[in-house]
Design a protein around this ligand. Structure first.
Ligand code: FAD
Length: 333
């Protein structure tokens, strides 16, 4: 009796997984798929096996080809129109609603990046459902674990909404492999453009260093660096380690570095193999963006700095002495 009941429950849960269909909204630049989409696909697979990816852009055929290689994706919806220039949520929302209307997805998700966090709350509002942000674990089709209090507490939420709309914390899910996929592509006719806002331009910092959110090593600086010029020390260290350079919000607010380098609750979320925090105190809002790093090294002259509580290796030292010494030692290697 016990065995057959168990079997029955198992069967029902696998049937229910089969009935779930998730739309993953792909993030890209019309040329390359942004890695966080691969993490979102892994999260979507935990909900159910029927995964559709929406690739919307001005000229995004190349991206659709990349998505078609991803294992686990069944179908790709491709929408191309000049109104998707800049990926404005005002234009993408009606497209997602049109797809939802046609295919009746049970779940809609995207990475919890600036793109996903801009877009999905708007989609959720239009669908009159709650947006579940920054999901770190999928417990079942309606139960999600997400972060609160700047990433320092986890809460489990069960949604009774008909459609679950959520963003996925990239560092909490493995990237889906870009091989073994065989998704079919389908062109979608874009709904009439809204033209409520217009994308004018973007100026991106050009760098030969690895991209911050996917780098294996991140060297990060805080207010302790004291000036924009002193950040050169960190760039030199990063070059020796083939690392990306990040910063605390205090360093950004002080104008030492541009704000696309900010790590934390209101910045980027990173989880590299090695995170080196230099002259950063370790405020919870900063930890929220880097505490999942595999190994954390902190350099701070204050032995009481909270960063040492999360650091695997701590160096109590003046950074202006320690960092040049590190660079010299690395150069000799
Ligand atoms: P400080 O706290 O001033 O620390 C500087 C550190 O440098 C000190 O520990 C000091 O001992 C050390 N130091 C100084 N000189 C030297 C030296 N010569 N050698 C070695 N060490 C030295 N912060 C973020 O980082 N990211 C966010 O996304 C973010 N979002 C926020 C959101 C909200 C809503 C709020 C309220 C705050 C947010 N903050 C964020 C700000 C956060 O609370 C802290 O103010 C900020 O992280 C502090 O940055 P810091 O560690 O560089 O500066």
């Amino acid at each position: 009796m016990y065995t057959s009941l168990n079997r029955c429950v198992w069967r029902l849960s696998s049937l229910s997984r089969r009935c779930q269909s998730t739309l993953v909204v792909a993030e890209h630049d019309n040329d390359k798929l942004t890695p966080i989409t691969l993490n979102a696909i892994t999260a979507a697979i935990k909900v159910g096996q029927d995964i559709t990816c929406l690739v919307a852009g001005t000229n995004c055929t190349k991206v659709a080809e990349q998505v078609s290689m991803v294992k686990g994706v069944k179908k790709i919806l491709v929408a191309q129109h000049d109104c998707y220039k800049g990926f404005l949520p005002e234009e993408l929302t009606p497209l997602i609603l049109a797809c939802q209307n046609q295919f009746k997805f049970t779940h809609v998700c995207a990475g919890a990046s600036a793109f996903g966090k801009n877009l999905l709350p708007r989609v959720a509002a239009k669908l009159d459902v709650a947006a579940i942000s920054d999901v770190t674990e999928i417990k079942s089709q309606d139960t999600f674990v997400r972060t609160i209090y700047a990433g320092n507490a986890l809460v489990t939420v069960r949604s009774s909404d008909g459609i679950k709309v959520f963003t996925v914390r990239g560092t909490a899910f493995q990237a889906a492999p870009m091989e073994g996929g065989s998704a079919v592509s389908e062109q979608v006719s874009p709904p009439p453009p809204v033209r409520a806002s217009q994308w004018v331009e973007q100026s991106l910092t050009k760098s030969d260093r690895p991209e911050l959110t996917s780098a294996k090593i991140v060297v990060s600086g805080g207010r302790g660096l004291k000036s924009r010029d002193n950040f050169k020390l960190l760039y030199d260290l990063a070059d020796e380690l083939n690392a990306a350079v990040g910063a605390s919000r205090a360093a950004v607010d002080a104008g030492y570095v541009p704000n696309d380098m900010q790590i934390g609750q209101t910045g980027k979320i990173v989880a590299p193999e090695l995170y080196i925090a230099v002259g950063i105190s370790g405020a919870i809002q900063h930890l929220s963006g880097m505490k999942d790093s595999k190994t954390i090294v902190a350099i701070n002259k204050d032995p009481e700095a909270p960063i040492f509580q999360v650091a695997d290796y701590g160096l109590v030292a003046d950074l202006f002495k320690a960092v040049p010494e590190m660079i010299e030692a690395l150069k000799k290697k």
